[in-house]
Design a protein around this ligand. Structure first.
Ligand code: DGL
Length: 273
């Protein structure tokens, strides 16, 4: 396995670019190849069976192109398919975002009451609750499916009355719990970090918001060190390349907001899985 190979990052669309951004910040010497399955987005409303099938196909594509590690940036795909991906691609490390997110939440909470905001599919599968219970068995977890947040984030409506109203509505059960309300909220979906400010306002003061991007990036860094797979600085400049299964123009336009840097449409390769 060559340390010069890129790290593969996979998501249902553009949301995983928030994870890629964290990876690029923590691992500036590494090259990345990002695949957004925009043709089949959203995964969050689909069955676990379909999501797992899509995730295996996307991983096949990245492995064929040559990667040294696979990061499943999509929470829904991590929840539905991580064990299957780790089993099928046992020759490389396969990292998901659920465990790192659960670890970040357990480290942040003081009361042991944690809320998870995620897609319908992630909530239904219970992956976050299970991961948190493995780390902190006494934790109380409330999971809320927030499907509209995905559309709002893609539309760029991350602030203003519509986003605030959606956040108020989704978080109402948490506020109603009053003194038993969670002190920590996990943003358990790639799209939610861009809505951080309206979610924080709706949650009220003193509630911590955590997401898995930074923790996942640290985990990948540690894995590369442990396995001796870190790219040695000084060779060819690191590169980031993008693949999408549909609508490369939209991927570039909307994706730039999630990545935090412009993406040119002609940099995005259209592929079929
Ligand atoms: N990437 C998905 C996730 O993190 C959100 C978008 C979707 O539903 O596909 O769960």
């Amino acid at each position: 396995m060559s340390a010069d190979l890129p790290i593969g990052v996979f998501d249902s669309g553009v949301g995983g670019l928030t994870v890629l951004r964290a990876l690029c910040a923590v691992l500036p010497e590494e090259s990345f190849i990002y695949l957004g399955d925009t043709a089949r987005l959203p995964y969050g409303t689909k069955s676990e069976h379909s999501v797992a099938r899509y995730a295996l196909q996307a991983a096949d594509e990245l492995i064929e192109r040559g990667i040294k590690t696979l990061v499943v940036a999509c929470n829904t795909a991590s929840a539905a398919a991580l064990p299957a991906l780790q089993q099928r691609f046992s020759e490389i490390p396969v990292v998901g975002v659920i465990e790192p997110g659960a670890r970040a939440a357990c480290a942040a909470t003081k009361s042991g009451r944690i809320a998870v905001l995620a897609t319908e599919s992630t909530v239904r599968g219970g992956a976050y609750s299970q991961a948190i219970a493995r780390i902190r068995p006494e934790a109380e977890v409330t999971a809320i499916a927030c499907a509209l947040f995905v559309a709002l984030a893609e539309e760029g409506w991350t602030e203003g009355p519509v986003a605030a109203a959606a956040a108020e509505r989704y978080l109402a059960p948490l506020r109603a719990a009053q003194s038993r309300a969670p002190d920590t909220i996990v943003l358990g979906c790639t799209h939610f970090p861009v809505l951080k400010s309206v979610i924080a306002s709706a949650a009220g003061p003193g509630v911590r918001l955590v997401d898995s991007a930074a923790t996942t990036a640290q985990e990948v860094r540690q894995l590369l060190v442990t396995r001796g797979l870190q790219r040695v600085p000084g060779g060819a400049a690191p590169a980031v390349s993008f693949l999408a299964t549909d609508a490369v123009d939209r991927f570039a336009e909307v994706g730039g907001r999630f990545f935090g840097a412009p993406i040119a449409a002609d940099e995005v390769e259209l592929i079929d899985l």
